[in-house]
Every structure is written in structure tokens, then in C-alpha cells.
Design a binder for this molecule. Structure first.
Ligand SMILES: Cc1cc2nc3c(=O)[nH]c(=O)nc-3n(C[C@H](O)[C@H](O)[C@H](O)COP(=O)(O)OP(=O)(O)OC[C@H]3O[C@@H](n4cnc5c(N)ncnc54)[C@H](O)[C@@H]3O)c2cc1C
Ligand code: SF4
Length: 315
């Protein structure tokens, strides 16, 4: 690990200004992703601004919806009675991820900003445009079983790995932030993660020093909330494919897919076909898929995972 300096911020605005004020500075929350990357020297921040004292650890009512502080732990969020009752897909997605110990430390904001699990990104001997812009991509033409099938680019075919974000996408969440100058904004979740394009090292629309303060959920949708995650091991593994779905009694509904793209993948226009079944939806969602020979199985797997979710809702 490279040497760095450290401070604990007392207010969100102070934290944002502290990161913006020092080149190479980063926020640290639970540290469960950032510290691993620092040990491997994939991330080499010069200064860490610890956000744990910012009092952003409350889950509150906000109009008809809910406001989740950026520092709420994954464990607390998944266990919250209102989240379990009204936003069950979110609770289920969180407990499908990581382990109990990790979820105790992992925060709402940190979870959204976890970095890809592409094996070449983690191997500093390999070319990786995401780790070192302009160095190339060892995964293209390499072993790509875990990697993306849609929304990828000629510069990066990695996936966004998290579970919680897939549920937030289907719930139409919004991300609240504060910038270093004190200005705040709300970013619709659909716009929060970027497609890789020719700058795969830039993963979200956050500006330098911009701090996430909360995630808000609109009023409950009703319906049956399902999160299905297909992975190589029964637990403690990232998704090959996942589906977050909210399905009504009449069979209509919404669905977002994880493990397939640079961001949670949802095509609202395809959801008009939910009552016709998974095949009709998946054909539209994956119409532009560009899988590799190693991961072409993900396209039918995504369709079958959605079919299982629809069957579960009907049962
Ligand atoms: C072995 C293992 C298995 C895992 N399995 C899964 C899994 O199956 N599914 C899953 O979804 N996740 C999984 N994870 C990932 C885990 O959920 C994340 O590491 C965790 O959620 C990150 O949260 P954190 O608070 O520790 O973030 P940190 O590591 O502290 O930070 C992550 C990033 O977020 C930034 N950041 C933190 N807070 C803010 C803020 N308020 N505003 C702006 N930037 C901020 C940091 O600068 C950093 O870049 C796994 C992790 C491990 C180690
Ligand atoms: S797929 Fe993306 S993360 Fe993986 S090696 Fe290529 S550029 Fe790096």
C-alpha cells in the first residue's frame, strides 16, 4: 500500500471541499472495496477523507417515499421494517450480496461506487483501460466468461458488479449529492452510472469531490418484489446474471438486469411485454447484445432468470 494522509470530516460540505482541495484525495466509508484496491495498488489515493462522522446514517420518511442516508449500512437497510415491507426487492438484493460481516461495514454510497470485478482489472500485469487509461483491454480476446454482453464498448467489456443498484434502478431511485461549492443535486438513478464508451475509467456522473449524501426512493409500487441472482457459488459470489423485478397481480411489471452491462440494465420500453412473458421482454432488452463466445450463455440465462421471477410472482 502507498503512503497516504487521513482526516475525518465533520460535515458533508467540509468533506466535499476536502477531497476537491487535494489532488488524488478520495472519500472512504466502510473501506471494504477501497482498501482492497489500495492494497493491490490499483487505487493509490494520496489523502483519505473519512465520511463516517457525517451523521448520514438515518432512514427517514420523505414525502410518500424514503430517504436513505449515504452512511446507512447494508445490514441496517436490508433489515429496516419499511424497506422490507414496501421495497422488498431492495432488501432482497442487499442480502444476496457479499457476507454478513461485509454488509455490516458496507455503506449505501460505497456500495453504489464499488468497482468492477473484471479479473484483468485486478491483475496489474495486464493491460486495462479502466485501471490505466489508454493501456488497452486484456479482456477483449481474453477470457471473458464473467464480463458484459450489452452496453460495453471497444475499450472495455466489464460489468458493474453490485446487487443493490439493480434494485434501485427498478425502483426509480434518485441519488442526492453535495458538491465542493455547497451546491446540491438529485441524479436519477438511470443516469448515475455511465456506459464505458472510450473513457471506462469514468464510471459515474459524479464530479470531482462530489459527495453522495442520500438515496431517495419514490412512493411504494406495490406488487410482488423479487430478486433472483445466478452465480457460480450459492453464496459469497458476484452475479453472473441477476434480475430485480416488481410484478403486479395482472402480470404487468418492471425488471432490471445485473451482471450483464456496465450499469444495471433496464429497458422501460420492453416492460410493456411483461404479460407476454420473459421471452418477449428479453428479446427487446438484449436486442443489441454483443456477447463473446465465453459469455453468450448470459443472454438465455437472463431470459430464464426473468422467467423464473415471473413464475415466482404468479405462484
Ligand atoms: C469478498 C467480497 C464479496 C462481495 N460480494 C458482493 C456481492 O455479491 N454483491 C455486492 O453488491 N457487493 C459485494 N461486495 C462489495 C461490497 O458490497 C462493497 O465493497 C461495499 O458495498 C462498498 O461499500 P463501502 O462503504 O465499504 O465503500 P468504500 O470501500 O469505503 O468506498 C467505495 C468507493 O466509494 C467512494 N465513496 C464512499 N462513500 C462515498 C460517498 N458518500 N460519496 C462519494 N463517494 C463515496 C469511495 O471513495 C470509494 O471510491 C463484496 C465485497 C467483497 C470484499
Ligand atoms: S474489460 Fe474493462 S476492466 Fe476489464 S481489462 Fe478490459 S478495460 Fe479493464
Amino acid at each position: 500500500m502507498k503512503a497516504f494522509t487521513y482526516e475525518r470530516a465533520r460535515t458533508p460540505a467540509e468533506a466535499a471541499a476536502a477531497v476537491a482541495g487535494k489532488p488524488g484525495a478520495k472519500f472512504i466509508a466502510g473501506g471494504t472495496n477501497l482498501l482492497d484496491l489500495m492494497k493491490l495498488q490499483i487505487e493509490t489515493p494520496t489523502h483519505l477523507v473519512d465520511v463516517q462522522d457525517l451523521k448520514l446514517d438515518r432512514i427517514e420518511r420523505a414525502g410518500d417515499g424514503v430517504r436513505i442516508g449515504a452512511l446507512v449500512s447494508n445490514t441496517a437497510l436490508a433489515a429496516d421494517a419499511r424497506i422490507r415491507k414496501d421495497y422488498g426487492v431492495l432488501s432482497r438484493a442487499i442480502v444476496a450480496g457479499a457476507s454478513g460481516q461485509l454488509r455490516n461495514k458496507a455503506t449505501t454510497a460505497g456500495n453504489l461506487l464499488q468497482r468492477t470485478r473484471c479479473p484483468y482489472f485486478y491483475d496489474t500485469n495486464q493491460a486495462c483501460n479502466k485501471r490505466k487509461p489508454g493501456s488497452g483491454c486484456a479482456a477483449i480476446g481474453g477470457y471473458s466468461r464473467q464480463l458484459g454482453v450489452i452496453g460495453t464498448s471497444d475499450h472495455c467489456i466489464a460489468t458493474y458488479p453490485g446487487d443493490m443498484a439493480v434494485a434501485l434502478r427498478v425502483l426509480d431511485a434518485s441519488v442526492e449529492t453535495v458538491k465542493p461549492d455547497g451546491a446540491t443535486r438529485a441524479i436519477p438513478f438511470a443516469d448515475f452510472h455511465r456506459l464505458w464508451g472510450d473513457t471506462p475509467h469514468i464510471e459515474t456522473v459524479l464530479e470531482p469531490g462530489e459527495l453522495i449524501t442520500a438515496v431517495t426512493l419514490p412512493k411504494p409500487l406495490g406488487g410482488t418484489h423479487i430478486y433472483r441472482k445466478v452465480r457460480d457459488r450459492a453464496s459469497y459470489a458476484f452475479a453472473l446474471v441477476s434480475v430485480a423485478a416488481v410484478i403486479g397481480k395482472d402480470g404487468s411489471g418492471r425488471a432490471a438486469f445485473g451482471g450483464v452491462a456496465p450499469k444495471p440494465w433496464r429497458v422501460e420500453a420492453a416492460e410493456g411485454s411483461m404479460r407476454s412473458g420473459a421471452k418477449a421482454v428479453a428479446a427487446q432488452v438484449f436486442a443489441d447484445a454483443r456477447p463473446t463466445k465465453d459469455n453468450e450463455f448470459k443472454v438465455p440465462l437472463a431470459e430464464r432468470t426473468l422467467a423464473a421471477a415471473i413464475a415466482e410472482a404468479r405462484a
